[in-house]
Design a protein around this ligand. Structure first.
Ligand code: ADP
Length: 484
């Protein structure tokens, strides 16, 4: 890793508690981080647990008030510095990301810029955390509404976007005046550590951002939920773990931000622009090798356009190249783990057993590589229709009517992203309003941006990240009732 970086100091192998960088000798236990494309160990990190988590929470608690007392403009200046540093080091941050996570380098660069956009956005928002005044309910009363930072925030993030998922939490929290104790996924902690180092260089006071490194996420999560200095827990990951955290946080009525799993429908109506729909399906399905929570999981195609869409999509997918993310022009890197690969294989096996046709791909290619795959004739009784595959498999379902497809699309406990293609304006509004999802991409397969509220309904979570709404998740509303 070091030889690939312009600034080798960005390859950090220590956790951060307050002002203190903790190395291997401080915790006794260690864990390895490896490159999923090669299996090679790229870092050995201290393996922390509950006591370090409690110390980090103390450090955050000690730092938070002074940070909150700064003006919005002062906090904005630090976030602007961080944004500038992320942009200046984007190449190195992308290299770290590809090496620990496997995605193609161009996608990694895209993620770094996407993560940075939240730092920029919320830095700007720091100055606009407005309260309100309300006409009094009695002649002598004056009512004032304040927005105050929640306090210490715990943040648990996943491996699929190790930079951006953290940036989306750190930026609004820091902008609002909160302090953060983060726990990145053990598969991909190096991106979080690089952000922590840059945040320190940007002038973020010690203790405002802490990074716990651990393979024992259950213990870390318990401390985060039980420690009454933590006022909010923000989590991006699986619905199952989200439920565990919600249960654990119940004892102290923990405020929760949850970005959980999805089962995104991608609907192509007969009147769609076929080329645009195929293009959209390529990004919505195969970006990040199918490992995003907003990935199209079920492709519903209307009967009149089904065969044409299947043929065009299959042709496009067959052009994809698989390989190490550092090789030029690679479209798909490795999957993250053996477990992820096994799930992809299981979903394909189950679908084929229940009658789907494997029209492209379907094979492992050694290591953690898997061929981009297309299945036709998918039906709602298949696992692939109910569970998030999180891999490069597009199952095509055939439908006849608008009502039928809306009901199939909504027939899931998830409600994160959804997509559909149609040129009929009335249908666009009808379907967009009927879909029980937090986000709807219409004639586009790419919906993520810092200016819009990202989040889900049903079991896909609660809270929103990004946009003018995003900072609300990190402030409390207090009202003052003044008698004059
Ligand atoms: P994925 O299947 O994408 O790895 P997870 O929900 O298992 O999704 O992981 C997302 C994040 O949650 C990771 O940082 C992981 O370490 C953490 N995590 C997993 N289990 C727990 C738990 N019981 N308590 C707290 N964090 C957890």
């Amino acid at each position: 890793l070091l030889v690939k970086l312009k600034d080798p100091s960005l390859a950090v192998d220590k956790g951060l508690i307050g002002a203190e960088w903790l190395d291997r000798s401080d915790s006794g236990k260690t864990f390895d981080v490896s490159n999923p494309a090669t299996g090679e160990v790229i870092a050995i990190l201290p393996d922390m647990s509950r006591s370090e988590t409690a110390r980090a929470i103390d450090a955050a608690h000690a730092a938070q008030r002074a940070w909150a007392e700064k003006t919005g403009k002062e906090r904005a200046a630090v976030l602007r510095n961080l944004y500038d540093l992320v942009i200046a080091n984007a190449e190195d941050l992308a290299t770290i990301l590809t090496m620990e996570m496997g995605k193609p380098l161009t996608e990694a660069k895209g993620e770094i810029l996407y993560g940075a956009s939240y730092v920029e956005w919320f830095g700007e928002e720091a100055k606009r955390v407005y309260g309100d005044t309300i006409p009094g309910h009695q002649p002598d009363k004056r009512i004032i509404v304040l927005k105050q930072p929640i306090g210490v925030v715990a943040a648990i993030t996943p491996w699929n976007f190790p930079n951006a998922m953290l940036a989306r939490k750190l930026a609004p929290a820091a902008a609002a005046g909160c302090a953060v104790v983060s726990k990145p996924a053990a598969e991909t902690p190096l991106s979080a550590l690089a952000i922590a180092l840059l945040a320190e260089r940007a002038g973020l006071p010690a203790g405002v951002f802490n990074v716990i490194l651990s393979t024992d996420s259950a213990e870390v999560g318990k401390e985060m939920c039980a420690n009454d200095k933590v006022r909010k827990l923000t989590f991006t990951g699986s619905t199952n773990v989200g439920k565990i955290l919600m249960r654990q946080g119940a004892d102290q009525i923990m405020k929760l931000g949850l970005e959980l799993g999805g089962n995104a429908p991608f609907i192509v109506f007969d009147d769609a622009d076929l080329d645009a729909a195929v293009e959209g399906a390529m990004v919505a399905k195969y970006r990040n090798n199918g490992q995003t929570c907003v990935c199209a999981n079920r492709l519903f195609v209307q009967a009149g356009i089904y065969d044409a869409f299947a043929a065009r999509l299959t042709a496009k997918v067959s052009e994809m190249t698989i390989g190490d993310g550092f090789e030029p022009d690679v479209d798909a890197g490795p999957l993250i783990s053996e477990k992820a690969l096994a799930k992809v294989e299981e979903h394909i096996r189950d679908a084929v057993t229940k009658g789907a046709d494997l029209v492209l791909g379907g094979n492992a290619r050694g290591g953690l590589f898997f061929e981009p795959t297309v299945l036709t004739g998918a039906t709602m009784d298949m696992k692939i229709a109910r569970e998030e595959t999180f891999g490069p498999v597009a199952p095509l379902f055939k439908f006849e009517t608008e009502n039928e497809v809306v009901s199939m699309a909504n027939n899931t406990e998830f409600g994160l992203a959804s997509y559909f293609y149609s040129k009929d304006v009335s249908k666009v509004f009808r379907v967009a309003e009927a879909l029980e999802y937090g986000m709807v991409g219409i004639n586009t397969g790419l919906i993520s941006t810092e200016v819009a509220p990202f989040g889900g309904v049903k079991q896909s979570g609660q809270g929103r990240e990004g946009s003018k709404y995003g900072i609300d998740d990190y402030v409390e509303t207090k009202y003052l009732c003044l008698s004059i």
